[in-house]
Design a protein around this ligand. Structure first.
Ligand SMILES: CC(C)(COP(=O)(O)OP(=O)(O)OC[C@H]1O[C@@H](n2cnc3c(N)ncnc32)[C@H](O)[C@@H]1OP(=O)(O)O)[C@@H](O)C(=O)NCCC(=O)NCCS
Length: 171
């Protein structure tokens, strides 16, 4: 199986916030943004593994700044680390006011996708090889984030999360 680089899965999605996308305050609804993020992340994961993928989990998302009606939304996504059948995708979201000519950060998030075979069973994905220092930082952190999300999802015992525990407990 080919080894992939983070840039191989790089995905950029651009959307325009229209009236039907907003809440009563004229800001983009969180649910609509998470829907777009899910699609951008799924495309990045599928670029990495060249197979159909499903969303396994979404880490916490904090909305730092509202995105206004009429502004443009930019969603950047790429795979940070591949495990056996799952991949972590990092997303960065900005709003842009084209009239005022300024761009502002909205939020960041991590989504996890699993590749499925024709029988809809999890299938192996290519390994990911970090290239830049930033790739390496995200790659290293992905192991601890995975342990935390598996514990929260009831799929791992806290005692088995060695790398996560090492952050808090010095032997
Ligand atoms: C995600 C799913 C495929 C996992 O299947 P499963 O039978 O539990 O399989 P496994 O326990 O063998 O786990 C498979 C992989 O999923 C990962 N996984 C399972 N639950 C997870 C969670 N809550 N968060 C992150 N990863 C998870 C496992 O770590 C494993 O990854 P690895 O092979 O890289 O180690 C299955 O739960 C599913 O189909 N969920 C519904 C997906 C869906 O409908 N999403 C929304 C619409 S796209």
């Amino acid at each position: 199986m080919n080894v992939k680089k983070p840039a191989d899965s790089y995905t950029m999605m651009t959307e325009l916030v229209l009236p039907n996308d907003t809440n009563v305050f004229g800001n983009l609804m969180g649910g609509r943004l998470m829907y777009w993020m899910d699609i951008a992340a799924a495309i990045a994961a599928a670029k990495h593994c060249n197979a159909p993928v499903v969303t396994a989990s979404v880490d916490n998302i904090s909305f730092e700044n509202p995105i206004k009606l009429g502004n443009v939304v930019h969603i950047e996504a790429n795979v940070t680390r591949a495990f056996s059948t799952s991949m972590e995708v990092h997303l960065k979201v900005w709003g842009e006011d084209l009239t005022q000519q300024y761009k502002y950060k909205s939020n960041e998030a991590y989504y996890t996708f699993v590749a499925l075979d024709p029988n809809r069973k999890p299938r192996q994905v290519p390994k990911l090889e970090p290239v830049t220092e930033e790739d390496q930082r995200l790659f290293d952190g992905a192991l601890r984030r995975r342990q935390l999300r598996l514990i929260l999802g009831g799929k791992m015992k806290p005692d088995d999360a060695a790398e996560l525990k090492a952050l808090f407990i010095k032997e």
